[in-house]
Structure formats: structure tokens, C-alpha cells
Write a protein of this length. Structure first.
Length: 114
């Protein structure tokens, strides 16, 4: 499976961004998909994940602000990020959940700053 994340950028605190991840391969057969992030000097962490059936999980730090969704017809997973904070600054990656070691892409940079 190959994944391409996009949609990052520079935004002021309180702003919004929508990340997209296009998945090549048999996307409908993949049960779990996740968004992960890695901030400078920190370990990569799971931000949100969604199963094929639509069950979701969010890290406490983003709960109520981020929404993960998937469109099986478009082989795409989205992460809607609202009320962004400076501590959300990181490189965001999509991957399966659990993550596959050989599926990490380049990610997309999100910078939240005034």
C-alpha cells in the first residue's frame, strides 16, 4: 500500500486545515487507517484513527477539535483540524492502523503560529 498525505500549511492559532491522504491499493479492505504526527524532538504519536466500520479514536490532545473520516469510493482519508494550537505544529502522516513500517510517506507539515 502507498499513501500520499497533503493539505498541510501555515495557519494562525484558532485556524483550520483539512488534511487528505490518498491510498493506493486495496483501500476498502484496509480496516484501520490513522493519522499520526511527529513534532520536533518528540516521538511520532497517533492522533486519530478510523476503522472500516467508522469507529473512531482520538488522542486526548485533539479530542473535540479534530475529525477523522474516510471515503472508500475515493480511497481517501481526511483529517479536519479546527481550533488549531501552536502545540499542533508537527509533520502529519497517514498510515494504516496499526501502522505498517513500509508505508510511511513523507508526511505534510502543519505549522501553527501567530
Amino acid at each position: 500500500v502507498q499513501l500520499q498525505a497533503s493539505g498541510g500549511g501555515y495557519v494562525q492559532p484558532g485556524g483550520s486545515l483539512r488534511l487528505s491522504c490518498v491510498v493506493s491499493g486495496s483501500f476498502p479492505s484496509i480496516n484501520g487507517m490513522g493519522w499520526y504526527r511527529q513534532a520536533p524532538g518528540k516521538q511520532r504519536e497517533l492522533v486519530a484513527r478510523i476503522t472500516r466500520g467508522g469507529n473512531t479514536y482520538y488522542a486526548d490532545s485533539v479530542k473535540g477539535r479534530f475529525t477523522i473520516s474516510r471515503d472508500n469510493a475515493k480511497n481517501t482519508v481526511y483529517l479536519q483540524m479546527n481550533s488549531l494550537k501552536p502545540e499542533d505544529t508537527a509533520v502529519y502522516y497517514c498510515n494504516t492502523w496499526p501502522a505498517r513500517l513500509n508505508a510511511w510517506g513523507q508526511g505534510t507539515q502543519v505549522t501553527v503560529s501567530s
